[in-house]
Design a binder for this molecule. Structure first.
Ligand SMILES: [Zn+2]
Ligand SMILES: [Zn+2]
Length: 420
């Protein structure tokens, strides 16, 4: 029996994997322009990190984590998100004891046991940033601007940025009670999950994907109308900064995001192509998380965006990444001695950062030219006995059919000149 990849996972080959790499490097470049540096963390963490930070009542912790015992009997979990691991690393390396701001970006695999459907994977990849150390509303605006900036550089269109504030522990506590009171007369109309959430954390009702539950919640009350003074002025400042930075947005009082650690600003970017339930990216502020995980009180804000989702929207919108791979040359080598000389040249070209490759099936010139064409090489270097005797080679342009004779010693320089 053939062994297949686990359900909900994907293998990626060229050219999709190459598009992937280019998209990733554009994201990283944009983040670096905004002052963020790369962080890498392990694929698995102690389970407690996620139960404590994401919240025991969330769908992620209740239904979606890949949790296992290691050989010493410790409970480990493949990371279902990256903010908690970044904060864990930040505290572990004592960065919370240094003054100032820490700005980090990441590109990491994320594991969630979700129902496989289009655009949802059990292992997907996330690009994200975290700005740790300041409650300044201009950082909230900065991460949203960066996220929209990345999408704009990639050429994505018709994206909507939805923004909300979920308040702090004090205004949220009062709002939970208000929400319970408002919903209690109609509680039996909600789905079973929502009735459970009502007791554990009524804000989680806003996560429900059930149409009927969403309908029942559409008249509010909404948290953004019930913020304390500090949270209210922070939120107003964030929105006015978004306007200042020309970032279009829609206020959405129902946007709470599926994690308990968010405070104040939350946001999500949705694309018409993926449907309203499928955010391309999102994030928010999590001012209590560093302290919750044992560090000094440190305000933070960040976002994450799914690579698979971004690539899916790009495909829908027929977009290709503008970045180009290295120039490419195919070497058609005919006979043993020309092949030996040609292989040396091939490695010289590779050394010069030119993508150079040859035939490995002992084909005729015709077969080799056909292969070069099929594999998309524009330039072919032909070396046979006759060329070798003249210490030369022929360069053929596959697009125009033109041929040029060059000296082997000058080949690398000549190819570089043609490709530049
Ligand atoms: Zn508040
Ligand atoms: Zn529901």
């Amino acid at each position: 029996m053939k062994i297949k990849a686990p359900k909900g996972t994907a293998d990626t080959f060229p050219p999709v994997s190459e598009e992937w790499e280019r998209v990733g490097s554009i994201m990283a470049q944009r983040a670096r322009c905004y002052g963020y540096g790369l962080i890498k963390t392990p694929v698995f963490e102690r389970t407690e990190l996620f139960t404590r930070s994401i919240g025991a009542a969330t769908d992620i912790v209740k239904k979606e984590m890949y949790t296992f015992e290691d050989r010493a009997g410790r409970s480990m979990t493949l990371k279902p998100e990256e903010t908690a691991p970044v904060v864990r690393a930040y505290i572990e390396h004592g960065l919370d004891k240094r003054p100032g701001l820490t700005k980090l970006y990441y590109m990491e695999p994320i594991f969630r046991y979700e129902r496989p459907q289009s655009g949802r994977y059990r292992q997907h990849h996330q690009f994200g940033v975290e700005a740790i150390g300041s409650a300044d509303p201009s950082l909230d605006a900065e991460v949203m601007r960066l996220l929209m900036d990345i999408y704009a550089v990639l050429g994505l269109e018709e994206l909507v940025l939805r923004v909300n504030s979920v308040g702090c522990s004090s205004c949220r506590g009062a709002f939970r009670e208000k929400l319970r009171d408002a919903l209690s007369p109609a509680l039996n109309l909600f789905c079973e999950d929502c009735r459970r959430r009502y007791g554990e954390n009524p804000l989680r009702l806003f996560d429900c994907k059930n149409e009927k539950c969403r309908e029942l919640l559409s008249d509010g009350p909404f948290i953004d109308d019930n913020l304390c003074e500090g949270c209210g002025s922070h939120f107003r400042r964030v929105l006015s900064l978004l306007e200042l930075l020309d970032v279009p947005f829609v206020k959405d009082g129902k946007l709470v995001r599926g994690l308990d650690y968010y405070t104040r600003t939350t946001f999500e970017v949705v694309s018409g192509e993926l449907g309203a339930q499928n955010a391309v990216g999102g994030g928010g502020r999590y001012d209590g998380l560093v302290e919750l995980l044992g560090g000094r009180p440190t305000p933070c804000v960040g976002f994450g965006t799914g690579m698979e989702r971004v690539l899916a929207v790009m495909k829908e919108q027929d977009l290709r990444c503008g970045m180009q791979g290295p120039p490419a040359v195919f070497l058609a080598l005919l006979g043993d001695r020309p092949r030996e000389r040609g292989l040396k040249l091939m490695y010289e070209l590779r050394q010069a950062f030119i993508h150079a490759d040859t035939d490995y099936f002992d084909g005729s010139l015709k077969a080799q030219l056909r292969q070069a064409n099929k594999r998309g090489f524009r330039l072919v270097i032909i070396i046979g006995e006759e060329e070798l005797a003249g210490k030369s080679a022929k360069i053929k342009d596959m697009l125009t059919g033109e041929e040029e004779k060059i000296l082997l010693v000058e080949a690398v320089e000549r190819i570089k000149a043609i490709c530049s």
